[in-house]
Design a protein around this ligand. Structure first.
Ligand SMILES: NC(=O)c1ccc[n+]([C@@H]2O[C@H](COP(=O)([O-])OP(=O)(O)OC[C@H]3O[C@@H](n4cnc5c(N)ncnc54)[C@H](OP(=O)(O)O)[C@@H]3O)[C@@H](O)[C@H]2O)c1
Length: 253
């Protein structure tokens, strides 16, 4: 097998949560280009159909499943639908997430809980449901954030705490499922990539952070998706429990 063959995901089944916009679309498309069939999950079913079109254009099968990841039952139903359609789940990309910025003394319990419920709890419910059916050789990739590792001058207690928790969740699931189940669990900590989430930044915010980006530019989602394919595939076969920053160098400054 050549080294490039190790990056292929031929005939694997990849579940991508948050596949209705932004990075989830790039992840789904990249996995299809690498040879996988893709299960697309998020709340906006109409938007999932657009992503499904990209997967099919790459010559692979797509299944859309309207899913709110805050519901353990809906996460289980998503995996049940994947098993009914494809008979296996090889990779979970835990990408669904929301970002907020609220000063700590003004943040309501509902605001804080909602971010943790989606970003952290939702990732765990999806991982649990996939972990029950995954066979040895499978892989989970959790999408954390540089905000789980450092700060970026916005009031983001809920987001940062949820993403730091993803780093811990990744370590723990990796040690639970490594030798026993043959499932690798890793995380990616993205820096700044344009999406509906980053569209919410106030004018001038990204520019204010640019001095900390060693490569001097925001990221291209295709660069993030390439790291995902590495971690999801046999190319990352001896990597587990790690959080890989893909951030143009932001976290070294
Ligand atoms: N873009 C960046 O620069 C950046 C940097 C660091 C980390 N990240 C992380 O990357 C991930 C993707 O973010 P993005 O930038 O691509 O933002 P985005 O375009 O806003 O996408 C977020 C996705 O999450 C889904 N989602 C939100 N709540 C959900 C729920 N309860 N159940 C199911 N799906 C839900 C949304 O779909 P529906 O609304 O249809 O449910 C959407 O598909 C997030 O985890 C984010 O924290 C992004």
């Amino acid at each position: 097998m050549s080294v490039l063959d190790r990056f292929r995901l031929d005939d694997k089944v990849v579940v991508v949560t948050g596949a209705s916009s932004g990075l989830g679309v790039a992840f789904a498309q990249a996995c299809a280009e690498a040879g996988a069939d893709v299960v697309l999950a998020a709340r906006r079913a109409d938007r999932l159909e657009g992503t499904a079109g990209l997967v099919r254009a790459a010559g692979r099968r797509a299944l859309t499943v309207a899913t709110d990841v805050t519901s353990p039952e809906q996460c289980q139903a998503m995996v049940d639908a994947a098993m009914a359609e494809f008979g296996r789940v090889d990779v979970l990309v835990n990408n669904a997430g929301v970002g907020t910025a609220v000063p700590a003394t003004r943040e309501t319990p509902e605001q804080f809980r909602s971010v943790v419920d989606i970003n952290l709890n939702g990732s765990y419910w999806a991982a649990q449901a996939c972990g029950r059916v995954m066979q040895p050789g499978s892989s989970v990739v959790n999408i954390a954030s540089i905000l789980g590792l450092t700060t970026a001058q916005l009031p983001q207690a809920a987001y940062s705490a949820s993403k730091a928790a993803i780093v811990g969740l990744t370590r723990d699931l990796a040690q639970q499922w490594g030798a026993r189940k043959g499932i690798r669990v890793n995380a990616i900590a993205p820096g700044f990539f344009e999406s509906e989430m980053t569209d919410q930044y106030a004018d001038g915010y990204l520019e204010s952070q640019s001095a900390r980006i060693v490569l001097g530019r925001t990221g291209d989602p295709a660069e993030l998706a390439a790291t995902l394919v590495w971690l999801a595939s046999d190319a990352g076969g001896y990597v587990t429990g790690q959080t890989i920053a893909v951030d143009g160098g932001f976290t070294i400054t």
